[in-house]
Design a protein around this ligand. Structure first.
Ligand code: LMR
Length: 397
């Protein structure tokens, strides 16, 4: 018996819940657990731009060699243009390196391993709360993780002063993990003015920001949601940014993502690229050629790009409509309570303040699944289920 001493895995708070949802036999169940965009018919959309990109790839019938450790050159170029804007100095100067990675999770992990190896004294500070897997990923890489104040339950908004105070007391070279837009799990974002106010603090304290950009386009727009990336790049700070196409292109299982590191100059960037290549080689060797093709075609071809941008706008608009519906039904049913946070929070998620016991009741009695932190994925709502979901939430509140 080699393995009988193993601890039993309790499951993942998000992925295992999504699996439990799939097994639930109830026809009227509602999946608000995982961060996946469903259309109004409750399906994961296949974007026309992605479909056409794949048709081209199939028609080209090209060979499938290993990609380089850093991924496909065309894909990396397109990612840089998408994040920083065409012609940004941080890119044209050669001081930014971008790797195509196995989802943005792959990028986060490669960055975490890099930090452990090359900034061994640095510890990571994540928002309280943050995506469940952030802590696990950095701790798994051997990097200590702490949290800074972020969400203010009293207002359903940002505890910005407390956040700044904590960041102002961190040791130099601490890593500050920040959600570039559509904060997961709260939906509470910094305003452009608050981002601006962070820049001098990050610089004076010599902190190293690590942006996670997983929901680009779901907040205010594709370029608007890259605001923090462009601001930090223009400020001259060095920083990391991991970005994902899972949600924005609806290609979850393709594992399409990237990691970029903005450095002081091109010489430093060359050193960073080399060590990131080494880190990739030790992890998964090289990323996937299919994901590379989808991203390069959709972003690089003007017709596919226009179609994609229209689809992203459609997804964003539908989520905003669901926010309004949920807010409307809940406000009508429970007139004494303020549900304004559904309207002010951005992206797929809202933090409802529901307790774990209330979440359990929603699942068991009403077939409505959300994670036990009270995070709700608005993108799982549709015109057919929003009223009864709101009624179920009102019943347990
Ligand atoms: C989520 O937060 O639900 C998504 O990002 C999916 C995941 O991997 O957890």
């Amino acid at each position: 018996m080699m393995f009988s001493h193993l601890d039993r895995y309790a499951g993942d708070p998000i992925l295992s819940l999504n699996e439990a949802f799939q097994k639930d036999p109830r026809a009227d169940k509602v999946n608000l657990s995982i961060g996946i965009y469903f259309d109004d018919a409750g399906r994961i959309p296949v974007l026309d731009s992605v479909h056409r990109a794949e048709a081209r790839m199939l028609a080209e019938a090209g060979p499938k060699p290993y990609l380089p450790m850093e991924g496909a050159a065309a894909t990396r170029r397109e990612v840089q243009k998408l994040l920083f804007g065409a012609g940004h100095e941080a890119v044209t100067s050669g001081r930014t390196v971008t790797l195509q990675t196995v989802g943005s999770s792959g990028g986060l992990k490669v960055g975490a391993d890099f930090i452990r190896r090359w900034l061994p004294g640095s510890e990571v500070w994540v928002s309280d709360p943050t995506w469940d897997n952030h802590r696990a990923m950095f701790e798994g890489a051997g990097v200590a993780v702490h949290s800074y104040p972020y969400y203010d339950p009293a207002s359903g908004g940002l505890a910005f002063d407390a956040m700044r105070q904590t960041l102002a007391g961190l040791p130099p070279r601490s890593i500050v993990l920040l959600h570039a837009c559509c904060h997961n799990p709260t939906g509470v974002d910094l305003t452009p003015a608050q981002w601006q106010a962070l820049v001098p603090l990050l610089r004076e304290r010599e902190l190293l920001p690590y942006l996670d950009l997983a929901y680009q386009g779901y907040g205010d727009g594709i370029a608007e949601d890259a605001h923090a990336v462009r601001l930090l790049a223009a400020s001259g700070l060095s920083f990391f940014v991991a970005n994902s196409f899972s949600k924005s292109m609806s290609v979850y299982g393709e594992r399409a993502g990237a990691l970029s590191v903005v450095c002081a100059d091109a010489a430093e960037a060359a050193l960073v690229l080399g060590q990131l290549q080494a880190t990739v080689r030790r992890n998964y060797s090289s990323p996937a050629i299919h994901a590379a093709g989808i991203v390069a075609h959709v972003l690089g071809d003007p017709a596919l790009r226009a179609s994609w941008e229209a689809d992203v706008a459609g997804m964003r608009t539908r989520i905003q409509a669901m926010r309004r519906s949920l807010h409307g039904v809940l406000s009508a049913r429970l007139p004494g309570r303020d549900f304004g946070y559904f309207l002010s929070q951005r992206g797929m998620f809202s933090y409802t303040g529901l307790s774990a016991a209330q979440v359990d009741r929603l699942r068991e009695e009403f077939g409505v699944y959300l994670v036990r932190s009270g995070r709700i994925c608005i993108a799982g709502l549709n015109t057919g289920n929003v009223e009864r979901t709101a009624a179920a939430i009102a019943a347990v509140l």
